[in-house]
Write a protein that binds this ligand. Sequence first.
Ligand SMILES: [Zn+2]
Ligand SMILES: [Zn+2]
Length: 463
Amino acid sequence: MHQVIEGQLTLDHMACHVPHRFDVPENTGTLRLDFSFSPRHPGVGNIAHQLSISVYGPDGARGTRHNNADQSPVISRSWASPGYLPGEIEAGEWVVEIDAHRILPPGNVTYRIEIACAAEDCEEPAVDSIPNPLRAPKRKGAGWYTGDLHGHTFHSDGKFSPADYLETAHQRGYDFVALTDHNTVSAVPHVRRLAGNGITVIDGVELTTFHGHALVLGLEGWIDWRVKDGTTMSEIARAVLDRGGLYVIAHPKSEGHPFCTGCRWAFSDMLPGPARHVEVWNRSWTERNHNEDAVQMFYHWLNAGYRMVATSGTDTHRSAPADHRLAANRVLADDNTPEAILNALRRGNSYVTSGPDLMLRAVAVDGSTAEMGDVVAPGPVRLTCGCQGGKAGADLTNLSLRLIRQGKEVQRWHVRLEQGLQTTVNAVAEPGNWFALELRDRTEGLHGLSNPVLVGEEGEPWH
Ligand SMILES: [Zn+2]
Ligand SMILES: [Zn+2]
């Protein structure tokens, strides 16, 4: 059975989902779709139209391959193209949706979708080999763990296979890694299988909407990312949090349309709305100065009483040049399991760093202790501030550790990381105050940022 859908998109379709229904007969084993459009490019500038398809069966979403040149998926009972989910090909009405991320003037894009249904199943091609079968088993038990919360494979617009992705995480020395392909979770089982007991894999997806990106971590399965028909991003975020997932606003100050359409956070109901996690360090610090704006937004939300947690993400799509200053999340967790890592991130017992260790701890007069992310009682507090170590090869001269209170620097120490630094500061803290540490170089470039110690009582004034 062969079906053809044709149509035209105008500028008015930008940031819209354009659905088309099609029929799948009984006893179908394989579905082949082929989406093409013309022109690919508006004819001026170096930025093309950006259109992908998503496929939905009667029983739910079957995948997408966002921002990938290949828009000709095969979906069968036992195998599917990258980005798509294999499984029963249910008879009935299916939907193929064009996700019109970017249509540039003058618009007028014609498209064609061919759909072929065949009875036979599709053979599974050879699977990825395990990148390093001799990898040691991962560390376990309570302690500090380092890892990444953001990255992509060729199941969306990355260059990496699941095996390449894991190998890169391994080379970077990560204890845990999340995989967050755009609007699809099809690669997660592959990554988990390849990881074995060598590295903790956290379920993830990047909700890649037309008006901002968010990471959902720790939930199995696909999340409907479409903000439409009266659904708001806040509702999606609340549903994720209610199900026990972590919701992270990704690269909020990234450049937007047309360079990176949809990348800049533009949900006015979510500043921060129900979100309590924000990615302040996306990709390389040197490459992308929008990260500084994200740090300042994080501070602004803390000053407004939101109990925010800062995270980082390498947003890996391919090999990164050696001079890129990426950050990892260092997390104080009860164990090296997805649940324990996510619990620590939920509390904010973590910091972002290009390599050096940071230490921030507050002790109140009654002897109670607060780690970064925790709440300490108002009154006199003794803050222990420290840092040490760093990435080999990086220029770590002329670094300074800075104590931040309410977003403002209140003290600064020059640091020689090989020797390390540990010092104490006495302060009288009032409810609503917060303290954090920054590690910066002489050009103000960031090398580490702690999550804050918050002053107040649990729930007050922090929300
Ligand atoms: Zn993104
Ligand atoms: Zn991303």
